[in-house]
Design a protein around this ligand. Structure first.
Ligand SMILES: *Cc1c(COP(=O)(O)O)cnc(C)c1O
Length: 374
C-alpha cells in the first residue's frame, strides 16, 4: 500500500515565515497594525465594507449576535447540518436555538422550513454556506426583510464563494469566517467578521476587546490617556501574529480555489458512475472547501473505517447537530424532528481535498472507495 493520503495539508511556507519575521521584529505582537492591514486587504478581497479580525468564527458569531442585541427570550433559526459552533454561538448569548430542516439536494437550510419556523420571537437566521456553496442569499434576504430579521452568514467554508454575483457578507447583516487549521486559509486559529454597517463595525471592535473604548494599539501614543469600558465585551481579537500568517495567503486564494476545483472535477467525473453515491447539487461558484459524498446509511461507518485502514484520511461533515447529546438532553431535540438533516448526516463522508493533493491520489481514493462499496 502506498503512503497515507492525508485529508488535508496546509501549505504555509517561506512567504508566511518572512511575513511572521516582520511582526516578530516589530513592537506589536497582538492587536496592532498587521491586524488592521489584514482587515483592509480581506475586505477588499471580499468586496466588503468593514472587516473585524477576531479570534475565531465562533466568537465572530457570538459578537455579531451581541451587536444585534440578541439574547435571552429571542429565537434564532439555523441549520443542524453544520459544525456545532454555529448553534453553540446562539446558546452562548442565551438565545433559543431553533433548528429548521435542510434541502437534501444541497444540505442547505430549506427556506420553506425556515419560513415555517418564524415566530414573533424570531430575531435572526444564521445560514451556513455548506462545503463552499452559498445558500440562495437573494431569497433569504427577501424572507428576512419580510419579517424584519437579521441574517448572519456562517461563511467558514465560503471565503472564495460567489452566487448570483454576490459574495458572503454582501447581503447578510454579518458574515463570519474561520482561519482554523483545516480551512482554506489558516493561521492555526483565527476569524473575521464582515459587516455593511459602520456603527455595527465599531461595536464589534469594542466587543472583541472587553467593551473598552480604546484598544491597546490605539492607547499606544506619546502620552497616556484614560480609557473607559462601556459594555461587557469579550477577549476575542485577532493577533498580529495571526494576521502576519494570513496576509500572504490572501493573494493566493483564487489560485488555490482553482487547484481544489480541478481535484473536485476529477472526483465528480470518477464518482458520477457509481450508483451508491450521491453528490451535492452544484450551486453558484463554490469555494470547494470540502468534497463530501453520501453513501448508503447502513454502510457509512464501515466505509469510513475501511477507508481509514486503507490509508485514506476522511471525516464526517457532519452528523446533524440536533442529534448530539447536548442538543437532545438540554434542548430536548429528537433525531426525527429534522428527518432530512438526520438522514443526510448519517450518510456523509468527506474525502481528501487540498490544492496540492496529487491528482493520481484522487484516482486512488476513488478506486479504494469502489472496492469497499462493490
Ligand atoms: C470551522 C467552522 C466553524 C468554527 O470556526 P472556528 O474558527 O473554529 O470558530 C463554524 N462553522 C463552520 C461551518 C465551520 O466549518
Amino acid at each position: 500500500m502506498s503512503d497515507k493520503i492525508e485529508f488535508y495539508r496546509h501549505d504555509l511556507g517561506d512567504r508566511e515565515l518572512t511575513s511572521l519575521r516582520e511582526t516578530i521584529d516589530s513592537l506589536f505582537l497582538t492587536l496592532g497594525p498587521r491586524v488592521a492591514e489584514f482587515e483592509t486587504r480581506f475586505a477588499n478581497y471580499l468586496g466588503a465594507d468593514h472587516c473585524i479580525g477576531v479570534s475565531s468564527c465562533t466568537m465572530g458569531m457570538v459578537l455579531a449576535l451581541r451587536a444585534f442585541d440578541i439574547g435571552p427570550g429571542d429565537e434564532v433559526i439555523t441549520t443542524p447540518m453544520t459544525f456545532a459552533a454555529t448553534s453553540n454561538a446562539i446558546e452562548h448569548v442565551g438565545a433559543h436555538v431553533c433548528f429548521a430542516d435542510i434541502d437534501p439536494a444541497t444540505g442547505h437550510l430549506d427556506i420553506q422550513a425556515v419560513r415555517a419556523a418564524i415566530t414573533p420571537k424570531t430575531k435572526a437566521i444564521i445560514v451556513v454556506h455548506l462545503y463552499g456553496q452559498m445558500v440562495d442569499m437573494l431569497a433569504f434576504r427577501q424572507l428576512a426583510d419580510e419579517h424584519n430579521l437579521r441574517i448572519i452568514e456562517d461563511a467558514a467554508h465560503a471565503i472564495e464563494s460567489q452566487r448570483d454575483g454576490i459574495t458572503p457578507g454582501q447581503l447578510g447583516d454579518a458574515a463570519t469566517f474561520s482561519f482554523y487549521a483545516t480551512k482554506t486559509m489558516t493561521s492555526g486559529d483565527g476569524g473575521a467578521v464582515v459587516v455593511r454597517d459602520k456603527t455595527v463595525a465599531e461595536q464589534l471592535r469594542r466587543l472583541r476587546t472587553h467593551g473598552v473604548t480604546k484598544d491597546a494599539a490605539a492607547r499606544h501614543g506619546s502620552t497616556y490617556q484614560h480609557w473607559d469600558m462601556i459594555e461587557l465585551g469579550y477577549k476575542a481579537n485577532m493577533t498580529d501574529i495571526e494576521a502576519a500568517l494570513l496576509l500572504p495567503q490572501i493573494e493566493r486564494l483564487d489560485e488555490r480555489r482553482q487547484a481544489r476545483e480541478r481535484r473536485v472535477l476529477r472526483y465528480r467525473e470518477l464518482i458520477d458512475q457509481m450508483d451508491d453515491i450521491d453528490l451535492i447539487a452544484p450551486r453558484g461558484t463554490s469555494a470547494h472547501h470540502l468534497f463530501t459524498i453520501r453513501v448508503p446509511v447502513d454502510r457509512r461507518d464501515a466505509v469510513l473505517t475501511k477507508l481509514g485502514k486503507n490509508g485514506v484520511g476522511c471525516t464526517v461533515n457532519y452528523r446533524a447537530v440536533h442529534t448530539l447529546s447536548y442538543y437532545r438532553e438540554v434542548l430536548g431535540y429528537r433525531p426525527d424532528d429534522l428527518p432530512c438533516a438526520l438522514k443526510f448526516g448519517q450518510r456523509t463522508i468527506s474525502l481528501p481535498l487540498w490544492p496540492a493533493l496529487p491528482l493520481e491520489d484522487v484516482n486512488t481514493v476513488v478506486d479504494r472507495l469502489y472496492t469497499i462499496l462493490a
